[in-house]
Design a binder for this molecule. Structure first.
Ligand SMILES: NC(=O)c1ccc[n+]([C@@H]2O[C@H](COP(=O)([O-])OP(=O)(O)OC[C@H]3O[C@@H](n4cnc5c(N)ncnc54)[C@H](O)[C@@H]3O)[C@@H](O)[C@H]2O)c1
Length: 357
């Protein structure tokens, strides 16, 4: 059953590529979520990604206590297609056109494959865009704030496991040294952690060397002898098989869609491995962007809101322990409570009928 409010899909007028926007929920406010520009074997895989990622955004905002709904945009690139700059601009203008047609029900931001410069192009056609470069009035790159938020989640887990929020002396395995992963790895090293790292891009070995980290292959790292595994690449790293191979005590990272199937959260719980849901550990970037661009809070307040992920994770771990549940179940319940409360507060009984799907 489709539980999204609205899903629109256009063939881009200029690029002829599929532009997909999924609005999962506007119960808490207009939807927001990044634009993913990524290669897919089939555009339908891009649609699946948009549906899953937009639903996760609803939970991400609800658990963070933000008045925004969940949405996501995907432009599905065929395998092997490299975008020249002029063609990339066409793709972005096509995406902007679809976003503008939604009249504010959805605002976009950066995600895998896009960054602040792309948001500047989208901003030429629609105001419904976050994280444009700072010199254009946006809040810029969200990835340092995502990294900061994941560090806050890691501190809460460290306190639970080891009685201290400091990561000094802890061994962590970081999967993916992209914008968030590399930034987070630097924060962890600064905190005194010892790292094992990987990336499918062998060029990232320079980052590994700079950090004094041990490099392992993406296949090996899941079974690394570490305290905490930090997924910071693309989705579905936690399968039934990989969850059985883990030797760590916790998995906490910013990567979206870490679970191949929801039951993997239960398998991890049975193995006494703490898994902090990705939509909690990876919320720092959107918390910062929404706080500064929509709520106009200052830098210190925005930072405090990102750091509050530590308390959120504390609360989820307490609730999970108290009720004998997984942190994922506790987070899901918290999100549902906030969505129910918002629905109850909505005066119009016809809200759900306003949407085409
Ligand atoms: N950028 C943000 O602010 C933000 C916010 C929330 C969540 N996230 C999520 O965090 C993750 C990383 O985002 P990013 O902005 O750093 O993306 P990015 O594209 O900059 O980095 C991703 C990195 O992962 C590597 N990678 C891809 N597949 C891999 C694999 N199978 N094994 C090892 N490495 C692999 C890539 O080579 C790249 O270096 C994504 O899942 C993204 O959705 C990002």
């Amino acid at each position: 059953m489709l539980d999204h409010e609205q899903v629109v899909m256009h063939t881009g007028r200029r690029s002829r590529l599929p532009v997909i926007v999924a609005v999962h929920s506007t119960a808490l406010g207009p939807a927001a979520g990044g634009l993913r520009l990524w290669h897919y074997a089939d555009w339908r895989d891009g649609l699946t990604d948009a549906l899953r990622l937009s639903a996760a955004m609803t939970s991400k905002f609800a658990v963070a206590g933000l008045s925004s709904g969940g949405g996501k945009a995907v432009v599905a690139l065929p395998e092997g297609l490299e975008l020249r700059p002029d063609r990339r601009r066409d793709v972005l203008r096509d995406a902007a056109e679809v976003i503008a047609s939604l009249g504010g029900a959805y605002a976009t931001g950066p995600d895998v494959g896009t960054g602040p410069a792309d948001m500047a192009v989208i901003g030429e056609s629609t105001p419904h865009v976050f994280c444009r470069p700072k010199d254009l009035g946006g809040s810029g790159d969200s990835s340092p704030h995502t990294a900061q938020g994941t560090l806050a989640a890691l501190r809460a887990v460290s306190r639970r496991l080891y009685g201290t929020s400091s990561l000094a002396g802890r061994r962590l395995a970081v999967i993916g040294l992209g914008r968030v992963g590399a930034g987070l790895a630097r924060l962890l090293v600064a905190d005194g952690a010892t790292l094992t790292v990987t990336d499918i891009d062998p060029g990232k070995r320079t980052v590994s060397d700079e950090l004094g980290a041990v490099w392992q292959s993406p296949e090996e790292i899941i079974a690394a002898d570490v305290d905490i595994v930090v997924p910071a690449a693309l989705g579905s790293v936690l399968t039934r098989q990989t969850s059985a191979e883990l030797r760590c005590r916790a998995v906490v990272g910013p990567a979206n869609n870490q679970l191949a199937t929801p039951d993997v959260a239960d398998l991890l719980h049975q193995r006494d491995i703490i898994w902090v849901p990705d939509f909690v550990a990876g919320a720092g970037g959107v918390i910062h962007a929404i706080s500064t661009e929509l709520h106009h809070v200052g830098a210190d307040d925005a930072r405090a809101r990102v750091d509050a992920i530590e308390e959120t994770v504390d609360h989820l771990l307490d609730t999970a322990q108290h009720h004998g549940r997984t942190p994922a179940q506790a987070a899901g319940e918290l999100a549902r409570q906030r969505l129910r409360a918002a629905a109850d507060a909505t005066s119009s009984p016809t809200t759900s009928l306003d949407h085409p799907l």
